[in-house]
Design a protein around this ligand. Structure first.
Ligand code: IMP
Length: 432
């Protein structure tokens, strides 16, 4: 029995989807614990494409049970859309296969509108570049203790009361602050009654079920979304998402005790990308950056925006090792670096005459960081055929070894292409 957390070590889009898919075969239960449909990954199975924003991709595999924990924010229309798409492809999502935490908060229509209004009101340079899915306003209400939980839908009087209070408050903001139209109680109420009809059988106590699964010797995989530098506490605030993306939140966001976590896999892209605004010290603004963007197919899975690209940042990787307790890396997209004559790794930053080896807390400082690079020769060969590390060119092995040395963390998995078979499982985190 082993329980494994997977998290992104950079700014998201590290290729978690593929590694989660790979490791799902060793797990019995797959759990989302934070974020919402700001996340997204695409899987192609038997020639059919599936895009997942909320439901763990483990749903594609019979006998695996998927959970959406209390730490996730749920847009019910998106969730139902994903369930219907799966059903249309002959994969019915039954309550035996998916449980939703009654404590998960609901993304309401006014959250999405507020996300748009708040971003539009920010001046250039201050915009976060959110995905516009209502994530921040929903988590905001949760913290302010006025949010609506999925389980509240089961108590009609409670739901009506909370919806009414929220609508009054939000309409004040829409009409007085943003000059926007108010939202109507009746339309939202009846929309959510329809959602309830479909979702009621799936609502349950995820914490209790996971505890039962653990005691029954089941393997549990906790699937993080976004990345460490987007963490609300530890990331490049305010250019972050509104949840804790670090491994510790796997426990909080699902109701699972921390002593039962056995391994933390940090997904590390072999270079760095960021989508949305905010500091990015090793960003490239030249042909090399464009080449990584093109070869890596770097477009956001949720918004389709072009991702910003840069060299691997080992300060970011080391921050992630410390913040998440990473026990091993899955290094992804190593193949994208093929053909680069020289590779650079940022090992520290310079700012104000000081050498820094961790991301500073002050956002103004993060915007002025100058990366200090070490250089390594690249390799010219394509490497997608490699089945074991020994099949890689020596310079590719050296690059991986250098990452392991700088971060003092082993590479457990190497990914050299988008396909499942283009992966080397050096050490299985489910094997103790
Ligand atoms: P939000 O999560 O929609 O509020 O967006 C806040 C910031 O997080 C923006 O910079 C987004 O681009 C970024 N972000 C949110 N989700 C993801 C993701 O899954 N991958 C990469 N960036 C993300």
């Amino acid at each position: 029995m082993a329980n494994v957390v997977i998290i992104g070590t950079q700014w998201g889009d590290e290729g978690k989807g593929k590694i989660v898919d790979l490791l799902t075969q060793y797990a019995d239960c797959i759990v989302r614990f934070q974020g919402g449909n700001n996340a997204g990954h695409t899987l192609v199975v038997d020639g059919k494409q599936f895009i997942f924003h909320l439901i763990p991709s483990g749903i594609l595999y019979e006998k695996k049970k998927c959970y959406i924990g209390n730490g996730v924010v749920i847009d019910p229309a998106v969730l139902i859309g994903e369930m219907q798409k799966l059903e249309a492809n002959g994969l019915p999502v039954t309550p035996e296969r998916l449980m939703l935490s009654a404590n998960a908060h609901l993304i309401m229509p006014y959250h999405k509108l507020l996300d748009g209004c708040s971003e539009a009101a920010l001046k250039a340079g201050k915009k976060i570049g959110t995905t516009g899915r209502g994530i921040g306003p929903c988590y905001g209400d949760k913290i302010l203790r006025c949010g609506i939980k999925l389980g509240d839908l089961l108590d009609d009087a409670l739901f009506r009361e909370k919806l009414q209070a929220n609508i009054e408050e939000k309409n004040f903001l829409f009409t007085k602050k943003f000059g926007a139209d108010p939202v109507a109680f009746d339309a939202i109420y009846s929309e959510f009654q329809k959602h309830l009809e479909l979702l009621a059988p799936y609502i349950g106590n995820v914490s209790v079920e996971l505890d039962r699964a653990r005691k029954g010797g089941r393997h549990i995989l906790f699937e993080g979304a976004q990345g460490t530098q987007l963490d609300i506490d530890h990331g490049t605030y305010p250019f972050v998402t509104s949840s804790n993306t670090v491994a510790g939140n796997a426990c909080i966001g699902s109701g699972f005790g921390p002593a039962h976590i056995d391994a933390v896999v940090g997904i590390l892209k072999a270079y760095t990308t960021r989508v949305g605004e905010g500091p990015f010290p090793s960003e490239l603004f030249d042909a090399t950056g464009d080449a990584l963007q093109q070869k890596g197919g770097e477009f956001g899975a949720t918004t389709g925006r072009k991702r910003r690209c840069g060299w691997l940042d080992a300060v970011v990787a080391n921050d992630a090792v410390r913040l998440n307790g990473v026990t091993g890396f899955a290094i992804t997209k190593l193949d994208v670096l093929s053909g680069q004559p020289t590779l650079k790794i940022a090992t520290a930053y310079e700012e104000g005459g000081e050498r820094l080896t961790a991301m500073p807390c002050n956002i103004r400082r993060t915007e002025r960081l100058k990366p200090i690079y070490e250089e390594m020769p690249g390799w010219s060969e394509e490497i997608r055929h490699a089945k074991t590390p020994d099949d890689l060119p020596a310079k590719a092995r050296d690059y991986v070894k250098r990452i392991e040395e700088i971060t003092e963390t082993p590479a457990m998995i190497l990914s050299v292409g988008p396909g499942r078979e283009e992966t080397m499982l050096i050490k299985n985190p489910f094997e103790k």
